[in-house]
Ligand binder design. Structure first.
Ligand code: PEP
Ligand code: MG
Length: 557
């Protein structure tokens, strides 16, 4: 008999497959003391194991691109971290610990230090423990942590996934992901979505799933069906083998255009987006040019980097977001690391108050890159809260000849005072990831708050509506570039609230286009009213999905 587990839907699509669970955690090595004559050999073995782990991760990083590659590279670098190596070696030499015990203790100390620093650095402690487990497994011959390779397609079930695990997921074999922990904007969520793997996180009862049983994962509905109906399994398998293409023209069933664009974080991503038929780039995250750097890149270097993205979209729009440093994206040379509450601190456009020269040089670089390429360049600032900030940003852009200057709306204040903000801004782009976080007072990376952190919250939808109404008073377009834009069932609601473009991970383009093409603009408006009338997020989602049932069912979403 079928039974259904529910969780937070984070990556849409249906997939059926047999469960394979993540390997049990690597056991803590016992405290054994080495005889003096084995110490040198132990130090060598320790160094060799760390090197092997680093090489393996580097090799995996080379097999993938974009965010996945970055995450694996960061973990690989951590395996080669001299602080960790030196501390582990010290424990072998001074305390005569076995190499596996030494690395266990050294990594534990480092992880505890990171945790004491609070977010976002505390999130790194997970990578440290992941590296520790890999080195211990290498030393002891234990089953290594990481995604299993059973030799057939499967649904991966885990407590939670380390960033490096998520980054190494192969969509050809991992057909679905189910986790007990995790949140809607966790690494697991963002990466499974960009890989197009249906995923449900924060699933109560997922710990009972057993290797070998068949489940149906519905990443749109947030459900995991045990012992599913064979017809549903067959339909999901069929769907899995045919990813929906996008014809390059987003529109509703009655022909109202809705531009479907891509979120892009680097030149590789831009090329892939152009190949996928994206109508442009709705969010070009420029941080890739800055992150991991001790100093600001020169204007010439920035021009080069931006041109490689703009060059992929001749004649099309590319919305360039200026540097969004701080909070989940700390950057040594612009953000302070001693803020007690970084999500509410000097981040996004606010860093320009402290470093106006950094923004000025970036705008100069964007203007130069725009002049050298044929893309239609729009520029927007992250974390704008007041009309005055919008005015100053637009003026700073104008000084560089950048006439299409807009704002991200991701702070509730900007949504509520939208009419005043759009007196200055030429366009708006709703950053729903942060808008949800600030509206619901729920940290966007905290799995425990997954139920609050969803764009289906009627309060968030009301802010989307308020933003669009204020912008419409000045005839300004508003798009969505947060993760909300990749939810095919939410797309008609956003359009009904007044949004005219959606920017998303390229995997979602075909599905979002298909749902819009099956829904008229009047139906979109009605779905928007229906969602806003509900008392909570779960009923809003259920009500809209209920109305769209035939469309979603037909498209297996
Ligand atoms: C957002 O907040 O929705 C957004 C698109 O920006 P980021 O996720 O980069 O903060
Ligand atoms: Mg944001």
């Amino acid at each position: 008999m079928s039974s259904t587990l529910t969780g937070a839907p984070v990556s849409p699509g249906r997939a059926a497959g047999v469960v394979v669970t993540m390997p049990a955690p690597v056991p803590e090595p016992a405290t054994t003391r080495l005889p003096a004559d084995q110490v040198d050999d132990a130090v060598d073995r320790l160094a060799a194991a760390a090197r092997t782990v680093q090489e393996r991760l580097t090799e995996q990083a080379g097999r993938v691109t974009g965010t996945a590659s970055e995450v694996l590279s960061v973990t690989a670098a951590m395996a080669g971290d001299p602080t960790l190596a030196a501390e582990a070696e010290r424990r072998v030499r001074e305390d005569a610990l076995s190499p596996e015990r030494a690395v266990w203790e050294a990594a534990g100390g480092l992880a505890a230090q990171l945790e004491a620093l609070g977010p976002p650095l505390s999130e790194r402690s997970r990578d440290v423990r992941d590296v520790r487990d890999r080195i211990v497994a290498e030393l002891t011959g234990a089953r290594p942590p990481g995604v299993p390779e059973p030799g057939h397609p499967f649904v991966l079930v885990a407590d939670d996934l380390a960033p490096a695990d998520t980054a190494s997921l192969d969509p050809e074999t991992v057909v679905g992901v189910v986790t007990i922990g995790g949140g809607p904007t966790s690494h697991t969520a963002i990466l499974t979505r960009s890989l197009g793997i249906p995923a449900v996180v924060a699933v109560a009862g997922a710990g009972d799933l057993r290797d070998g049983e068949t489940v149906l994962v519905d990443g749109g509905a947030g459900s995991v069906v045990r012992d599913p109906d064979p017809d549903a399994v067959a339909a999901a398998r069929h769907r899995d083998s045919a990813r929906r293409e996008f014809d390059g023209h987003g529109r509703t069933a009655d022909g109202v255009p809705v531009q479907l664009m891509a979120n892009v974080a680097d030149p590789d991503g831009a090329r892939a987006a152009a190949e996928a038929g994206a109508e442009g780039v709705g969010l070009f995250r420029t941080e890739f040019c800055f992150l991991g750097r001790a100093a600001e890149p020169s204007v010439a270097e920035q021009v080069n980097a931006y041109r490689r993205v703009l060059g992929a979209f001749p004649g099309k729009r590319v919305v360039v977001r200026t540097l969004d440093a701080g909070a989940d994206k700390p950057l040594g040379f612009v953000t302070a690391d001693d803020e007690p509450n970084p999500a509410l601190g000097v981040r996004g456009l606010r860093t320009a108050g402290r470093h106006p020269d950094v923004l000025d040089r970036q705008l100069r670089a964007i203007a130069e890159a725009a002049a050298a390429e044929d893309a239609e360049v729009w520029v927007m600032a992250p974390m704008v809260a007041t009309p005055g900030e919008a005015r100053d940003f637009v003026a700073a852009c104008a000084a560089h000849g950048l006439s299409q200057a807009g704002v991200m709306v991701e702070v509730p204040a900007a949504a509520i005072r939208s009419r005043s903000v759009f007196e200055h801004a030429a366009f708006g782009s709703l950053g729903t990831n942060d808008l949800i976080q600030y509206t619901m007072a729920a940290d966007r990376v905290l799995g425990e708050l997954a139920a609050l952190s969803t764009p289906w919250q009627p309060a968030v939808l009301e802010l989307v509506r308020a933003t669009c109404e204020g912008a419409a008073a000045h005839d300004r377009p508003v798009g969505v570039c947060g993760e909300a834009a990749s939810d095919p069932a939410l797309a008609p609601v956003l359009v009904g609230l007044g949004v005219t473009s959606l920017s998303m991970t390229i995997r979602a383009l075909g599905d979002v286009a298909a749902v819009l093409a099956a829904t008229t603009s009047d139906e979109c408006a009605e779905l928007a009213r229906l969602a806003c009338d509900q008392p909570d997020a779960e009923s809003a989602r259920a009500a809209v999905r209920g109305k769209l049932h035939d469309v979603l069912d037909e498209l297996a979403l």
